[in-house]
Design a binder for this molecule. Structure first.
Ligand code: TYM
Length: 323
């Protein structure tokens, strides 16, 4: 199956990105055709600092490669290295109703948080639809915050196919309920831009500071602790199998549990979990040429697929006047 997903290099990648998307992508690469990319065109809707964008793009590439994304098995590239996607965005724009975009929650949320209400931000979902349709993706693993974007993609694809004849594959979202929304240290959705993220690759001191400030409620020690909506439980559970989760649940429900002790445990669990990747990450960060060459080669492979879909779309809308 052809599986595709992208991530914005607009800040350091965190546990929400890892469990919501990155880990699942790495797992999928064994038995599927995997397409994975860093969406720097999308990041331009909120990042206006060129050196920062450059650095974050490179860092995100290192993160993915260190975590096991294998460029020999998958197609891994930087979105803007295949600029064909912007042309497809234009073709899709003309079958995208303004009302569809006006109903987009993410636009409303982002502008409410102070991101400029630009035309780019407004049409963000059209570029995302182009990302997905340009590669004939069948399945798109994402966190729950991307659900509406996927619905918009499907609407656009269906409208395009109905208008111009069968051109695009209609993709299915792949959202895993349990990992759909990873909470941040304040209990809200973990996000690159809310200051509430636990980064995947950070030093031990910063990690400790973050973990120790995970929000807790004021349930007395001698009372059972809540599980649902408790970021401490939810973050810990990410690292456990079913049995581990059951045991953790029992510990939370048994009076006497101290949140401070749980925080110390979580710190150890997170640090140890990423330990095997940390060395690899360090090596990659120092081998610029290898990382850049890998991304360029990925873009070359991605473009081979992209041009086939783009040519078909150009033909179907009638840009091929020579015929
Ligand atoms: P982005 O960069 O915000 O996030 C990347 C992926 O991480 C998931 N995610 C989370 N999952 C669970 N809990 C969280 N707290 C959490 N935070 C982030 C996101 O759902 C996402 O899957 N618009 C996309 C990028 C994009 C894309 C695409 C995705 C552009 N083109 C094509 C798929 C296909 C975005 O901003 O993701």
């Amino acid at each position: 199956m052809r599986i595709l997903s992208g991530i914005q290099p607009s800040g350091s990648l965190h546990l929400g990105n890892y469990f919501g998307m990155m880990k699942r992508m790495v797992d999928y690469q064994e038995n599927n055709e995997l397409f994975c990319f860093l969406v720097n065109y999308h990041a331009l809707t909120s990042v206006f600092d060129a050196p920062f964008l450059r650095r974050q793009t490179y860092e995100a590439a290192c993160d993915f490669l260190a975590l096991g994304l294998d460029p020999a098995k998958s197609v891994f590239w930087v979105q803007a290295d295949v600029p064909e996607v912007t042309e497809l965005t234009w073709l899709l724009s003309n079958v995208t109703g303004v009302g569809l975009l006006e109903r987009n929650h993410s636009y409303k949320d982002k502008t409410a948080k102070g991101i400029p209400a630009s035309q780019g931000l407004f049409s963000y979902p059209v570029l995302m639809a182009a990302d997905i349709l340009l590669y004939g993706a069948e399945k798109v693993p994402v966190g729950k915050d991307q659900k509406q974007h996927l619905e918009i993609t499907r609407d656009i694809a269906i409208r395009f196919n109905n208008t111009y004849g069968d051109t695009f594959v209609i993709p299915e979202p792949d959202i895993e309920d349990e990992l759909a929304v990873v909470p941040g240290i304040d209990g809200q959705k973990m996000s690159k831009s809310y200051g509430n993220a636990i980064e995947i690759f950070t030093d031990e001191k910063s990690l400790k500071k973050k973990v120790m400030s995970i929000k807790t409620d004021s349930t007395p020690v001698d009372q059972p602790k809540p599980i649902e909506g408790n970021p401490l439980y939810e973050i810990y559970a990410l690292f456990l199998d079913d049995r581990g989760k059951k045991e953790l649940k029992e510990r939370f429900l048994t009076p006497g549990l101290k949140y401070g002790d749980v925080k110390k445990e979580i710190l150890g669990v997170i640090w140890d979990y990423f330990e095997p990747y940390r060395n690899e990450r360090k090596k990659l960060a120092e081998d610029r040429q290898f990382v850049v060459d890998t991304m360029r080669e990925g873009a070359r492979k991605a473009r081979q697929v992209a041009t086939v879909y783009l040519e078909k779309a150009r033909r179907n809308v009638g840009l091929d006047y020579w015929n």
